[in-house]
Design a protein around this ligand. Structure first.
Ligand SMILES: [Zn+2]
Length: 321
């Protein structure tokens, strides 16, 4: 189900309570009921013309949002309008839809986000006017699993040299994720990165050796050693090297703050700075880094939020080329 709401920005020029759409025309009609028939007809005619011309429509997919959900935001606005947004402290960057006058953005809710109410803010600039719109979105709790795992002790209690390496790599990753292409590099739907059985491991609360608790921020595939790992969509390789926890890791920037990460590879076939297209071979699956055995860990990161890869694969992005 898709949520739709139609708003007349003439009425809601400053702050709009989404979810309670009110048509300026109907309000105006109520106020002018005591006036002459001719004046009423003129008011309705003028208001209806402006209302149609400046109508802004917003669609959020999926309609029911949970922590970990990727979300497609569609804003239907006039030609020449520019659109930007903010949600849960993250900037939403829109790109023009090829069909109609729409603007689209791929956004989402971090897996660690507390469920509860949130507000999506959108600013539309059109014909010299600025319209601030807001919409209440309830974050429903996702039901992820819990599990305990055993890994070599050095991954739970790293020594001084390993801690130095981990810190160096943390700074490197921060620098990599701080920069993303200012335009969309992906095209169409995202595809499975490997021909192997996926698991529902995203969001699982994990206890390593009874000590360290973490939320699993990616999706594991039962990929045998040496299985081809492919780019799920087009973009630029911004990291391709061995890391302590991630093992041989490839990160692709898909633009506008969206990245996909492939970890624990046995081989890497791409280099940093290289452009890749959907389906291009990135490397081979393996068991490098903090692992209990060979598998592919695949993660989706948007503006610092980790999103459910399985739900990204299901989003209706086919027509976005
Ligand atoms: Zn994993």
């Amino acid at each position: 189900m898709r949520q739709r709401a139609c708003f007349c920005t003439l009425f809601h020029k400053n702050e709009t309570p989404w979810g309670k759409p009110v048509c300026w025309v109907s309000m105006r009609m109520r106020r002018t009921v005591a006036q002459t028939t001719a004046a009423l007809a003129l008011a309705v005619f003028l208001a209806a013309s402006v209302c149609r011309a400046q109508k802004i429509e917003v669609t959020v997919t999926p309609a029911e949002v949970e922590n970990g959900s990727p979300v497609l935001v569609h804003v239907e606005a006039e030609d020449g309008a520019s659109v930007e947004g903010e949600w849960l402290g993250r900037k939403i960057e829109f790109f023009p839809a090829r069909r109609g006058n729409g603007w689209l953005a791929l956004a989402g809710v971090d897996v660690k986000q507390e469920p509860g109410p949130s507000t999506l803010h959108i600013t539309v600039r059109s014909a010299g006017e600025t319209y601030h719109l807001s919409r209440a979105i309830q974050i429903h709790p996702a039901h992820y699993r819990a599990s305990t795992l055993s890994v070599p002790p050095r991954f739970v209690s790293p020594g001084p040299a390993q801690l130095r390496r981990i810190e160096t790599e943390r700074k490197l990753k921060d620098a990599v994720f701080a920069v993303s292409a200012t335009r969309r590099l992906w095209s169409g739907a995202f595809h499975l990165p490997v021909n192997a059985q996926p698991t529902d491991s995203f969001g699982t609360r994990r206890i390593f050796n009874g000590q360290l608790a973490s939320i699993h921020e990616g999706m594991d595939f039962h990929a045998r050693m040496g299985t081809r790992v492919r780019a799920s969509n087009s973009g630029v390789v911004v990291l391709a090297r061995p890391l302590y926890y991630e093992g041989n890791c490839v990160v692709i920037d898909h633009g506008l703050g969206l990245f996909t990460l492939s970890m624990h590879l046995s081989r890497i076939y791409v280099r940093e700075g290289q452009r890749v297209t959907t389906g291009q071979r990135l490397g081979l699956s393996g068991a490098t880094g903090r692992v209990t055995g060979p598998h592919l860990h695949w993660a989706v990161r948007w503006q610092g939020a980790y999103l459910d890869p399985a739900r990204l694969l299901r989003l209706p992005l086919d027509q976005i080329r």
